[in-house]
Write a protein that binds this ligand. Structure first.
Ligand SMILES: O=C(O)CCC(=O)C(=O)O
Ligand SMILES: [Fe+2]
Length: 330
């Protein structure tokens, strides 16, 4: 399967239906208020709880990452995809456990995406594997990786607090967790009928933070099952709840199904920063959220289990979160 390290396909119609989808008003989280200790943090924690429970995503303002760092990462991504084929080819491999992997095999079918994936934390351990071309890639993507991780850690602590578990619930496990960057490139849509860039899926992990160069993301409204396009104002970050947070929350929060469509005016790059526990660390439903009325709904699993799941799921087209549901058919 050419799919991502992180994603698992579900509910996939092959092409986007004609007509413009409605846009969804995203809940907005003021990150600067999470730094405060008074009632304004608690008010934001309540907003986080509502967003995670109702739609599984939100947008973040006042996160403190400068425009130049965000634009630098997007231009480094763009320059990588425009670099000579030979420099990209060295990262092409069917082995999903490689520290860096480039794939453009989705091009030309009925969907269209090239991507580069690599781990990013601890940076000093992984950066040596990243592309050398363009020369600014390591510096600019490295700066962004460090900054976005700071935001991600703070958001994950806030999410734990919003679940009533307390922000220190996982001890140092979040700090020791993985960060994986999925750097995506999509062509501009043409008249050829190809409109889908990335199939519907939910992301592995606790949260994904997405930075795109222009619109193209759609999320499925969990209540109506209708696709909604996401408007992401400049300088905001878009956050998705992932499969492992659904499992930890014992289903209180729902992983969000999303896809990318091609933009009719521009080619597009996006950077998805995926955050979760360490490779072999098992995630299980929090005991505090399990009782007689709410029995544990998910099997325990780790990122390693997810990597093992991908090839075994090659022909079954099952989503990872469905495979974790207790009582689900094998
Ligand atoms: O490019 C996008 O808008 C979505 C990317 C995405 O969902 C992913 O990389 O998992
Ligand atoms: Fe995704």
């Amino acid at each position: 399967m050419s799919a991502a390290l992180l994603s698992s396909i579900s509910l996939a119609p092959p092409l986007v239906p004609n007509g413009e989808p409605e846009s969804m008003q995203m809940p907005v989280i003021d990150f600067s208020k999470l730094q405060q200790t008074d009632g304004s943090r608690l008010a934001v924690i309540r907003d986080v709880e509502t967003a995670c429970r109702e739609i599984g995503c939100f947008q973040v303002i006042n996160h403190g990452i400068s425009k130049s760092v965000m634009e630098g990462a997007l231009s480094a991504a763009n320059d990588f995809f425009e670099s000579p084929a030979e420099s990209k080819a060295m990262f092409t491999s069917p082995d999903i456990t490689k520290p860096v992997r480039y794939d453009c095999s989705n091009e030309g079918i009925n969907k269209s995406r090239s991507y580069l994936k690599h781990y990013a934390h601890p940076l000093e351990e992984w950066i040596k594997f990243w592309p050398r071309e363009p020369p600014s890639y390591r510096i600019k993507m490295g700066q962004y990786a460090v900054e976005i991780r700071r935001v991600a850690l703070c958001l994950m602590h806030a999410i734990l607090q919003s679940l009533g578990l307390g922000q220190a619930y996982l001890g140092t496990k979040l700090e020791e967790g993985i960060q994986l960057l999925a750097v995506n490139s999509y062509p501009q849509s043409t008249q050829t009928g190809v409109t889908l860039g990335l199939d519907p899926h939910s992301d592995y992990g606790f949260i994904t933070i997405l930075l795109p160069s222009c619109p193209g993301l759609e999320v499925m409204d969990p209540k109506t099952k209708v696709w909604m396009s996401v408007l992401q104002p400049e300088d905001t970050l878009h956050v998705h709840i992932g499969d492992h947070l659904e499992a930890l929350s014992n289903g209180k929060y729902r992983t969000v199904v999303h896809r990318a469509v091609l933009n009719s005016e521009n080619s597009r790059v996006s950077i998805a920063s995926i955050h979760g526990l360490a490779m072999n660390e098992k995630v299980r439903s929090a005991e505090e959220l399990v009782d007689e009325q709410n029995p544990a709904m998910y099997k325990e699993s780790s990122f390693r289990d997810f990597l093992d799941f991908l090839p075994s799921n090659d022909t079954k087209n099952k989503s990872y979160i469905d495979s974790l549901r207790i009582g689900a058919a094998e």
